[in-house]
Design a protein around this ligand. Structure first.
Ligand SMILES: Nc1ncnc2c1ncn2[C@@H]1O[C@H](COP(=O)(O)OP(=O)(O)OP(=O)(O)O)[C@@H](O)[C@H]1O
Ligand SMILES: [Mg+2]
Length: 481
């Protein structure tokens, strides 16, 4: 049963489908060619035979037209006999000569002499029509009857009747067809072999791809298939390899993200646990210490909330059908609003924020989201600038974009960290960031919001000198929307 199933599976595989299709095509072509050749050979040979028999009959007829009228003369009778006998041997056919009444004068087989021949062809010949017809006679097989009138001085005086076997011709054709069949069989074997090799070339890479896809379905994303060439299948292989590379990256990012999230959530949670436990296990705790501990727990809960809010923002931004709430907005006022909201933070560190508006600019944007980005970038500038520092926020534009430049005189970002600051959870100084309450998600959210507006964000920084962020937003980004 298993074997039958396996064989069935094999036979319906692409390889066998291709091989059987090729074989069927070749078989059909060969059958058509063979039957066409055999038919046209038959027609040609028979026609040739017919023509030659008619020609021979005409020759005999003209040669005998002189002797027939004198049949009662012995010499003439002998002559006719001799001519007929010789020709009968030459033509390998039976020749009969009849008089005008259809009575056989001479029969090369010496059987029917003196008897009347009753035959359609002869009847036609005796009224002046030369005819040739093919018959199948049970005893002799295929034969051709040819009858031609014998005339003398314009008068029909008798007929030549030839009966010739066609079996030789059919035997010949059969022989030739046999050779053709052998050749056809040979070409079928060769076709079978070539198509098998060809089918193998096509199906092997597909089988490899299938195997790789199956392994991927088990969660092993590091699959690569080795496919050379430049046809559709190898292109499919290349696309597959590209897809697995991408999937691997996505899977890695997902794992890192989950690990980071768990780590980030666990830190405040364990602080809360330690604080709560130490309160539970201590007896007679002063109210002051209680309050202090609860304040710490409260700030850890805040931190947890901030992380969760940021994560929800990120998930929100990644939604496929996310629609931005575009509104025509004066960017000047939006920046002003953000600066005002952050001023108390800056004041605490005695940091001065200068706002340089080079022009009044109005564009379409999602106010809430851009505000969220600006709060993070300007907030970072305040967070990472020591006391008494300065921050310069500048708004200007070129022909097709507006630029918001945020420069601080803060701690700067080491060169090797710059490429990663937009990554999720990336913080240059982790210990310090914890103190300042950073989650490392701000810039990642900012970058996504700006990208959704078809803009971009760039950074320049020097350690201990300061950092400058440039936010580019296209002037026409939202006009078409
Ligand atoms: N203006 C800046 N000066 C110096 N370092 C900066 C500045 N802005 C960002 N960074 C560095 O880039 C890191 C990533 O910034 P990001 O805003 O994503 O996170 P965060 O500020 O630490 O936390 P969050 O914004 O989520 O509260 C920061 O931790 C900091 O190390
Ligand atoms: Mg930040």
């Amino acid at each position: 049963m298993v074997i039958i199933l396996e064989i069935r599976n094999k036979f319906i595989s692409l390889r066998w489908k291709l091989v059987s299709t090729y074989l069927l095509l070749v078989l059909l072509t060969l059958l058509l060619i063979n039957s066409f050749i055999s038919e046209s050979m038959k027609v040609n040979y028979i026609n040739e035979k017919k023509m030659s028999l008619l020609a021979q009959s005409s020759i005999i007829s003209s040669r005998l037209s002189y002797y027939i009228p004198q049949v009662n003369i012995k010499y003439a009778n002998n002559m006719v006999h001799n001519i007929v006998k010789d020709l009968s041997e030459d033509l390998n056919s039976r020749i009969m000569i009849t008089d005008i009444n259809g009575k056989v004068i001479v029969d090369s087989f010496n059987i029917l002499e003196g008897q009347r021949l009753n035959n359609e062809e002869l009847a036609l010949a005796l009224i002046g029509k030369s005819t040739a017809e093919q018959y199948i006679i049970p005893k002799y097989g295929r034969v051709m009857y040819v009858a031609v009138p014998i005339t003398n001085k314009g008068r029909i005086i008798g007929a030549v009747f030839i009966s010739s076997s066609l079996e030789d011709i059919y035997k010949n054709i059969k022989e030739i067809m046999k050779k053709f069949m052998i050749l056809s069989l040979l070409s079928m074997v060769i076709t079978g072999f070539i198509s098998f090799v060809f089918a193998d070339i096509i199906s092997t890479p597909i089988e490899r791809l299938t195997e790789a896809v199956k392994r991927m379905a088990q969660g092993k994303f590091n699959q690569k298939v080795e496919i050379s060439g430049n046809d559709e299948i190898s292109n499919l292989g290349k696309a597959f390899n590209l897809m697995t590379t991408k999937l691997e990256q996505v899977d890695k990012q997902r794992r890192e993200f989950v690990a980071n999230v768990s780590h980030e959530l666990r830190t405040p949670l364990s602080s809360i646990k330690i604080l709560a436990e130490s309160l539970i296990h201590q007896e007679k705790v002063e109210e002051k210490i209680y309050k202090e501990f609860l304040k710490d727990i409260d700030s850890e809960v805040d931190r947890l909330n901030r992380i969760i809010d940021s994560l929800l923002s990120l998930v929100d931004l990644e939604k496929e059908n996310l629609n931005l709430d575009y509104q025509i907005t004066y960017v000047n006022y939006l920046i002003e609003k953000v600066i005002n909201s952050l001023k108390p933070l800056a004041d605490k560190k005695n940091i001065k924020i200068y706002y340089i508006e080079r022009e009044k600019i109005q564009i379409m944007l999602d106010q809430f989201k851009i505000q969220q980005s600006l709060i993070n970038v300007i907030g970072n500038a305040i967070k990472y600038t020591p006391e008494n520092g300065e921050i310069f926020v500048e708004l200007y534009s070129n022909s097709d974009e507006i630029i918001i430049k945020v420069r601080d005189t803060g701690i700067g970002i080491p060169e090797e960290d710059i490429p990663f600051i937009f990554d999720r959870f990336y913080r240059v100084d982790k210990a310090r960031a914890r103190k300042t309450g950073g989650t490392g998600l701000g810039l990642s959210i900012t970058q996504q919001i700006i990208a959704l507006h078809q803009g971009r964000i760039e950074v320049e920084s020097r350690i201990n000198e300061g950092t400058t962020f440039y936010i580019f937003l296209p002037k026409k980004a939202a006009v078409n929307i």
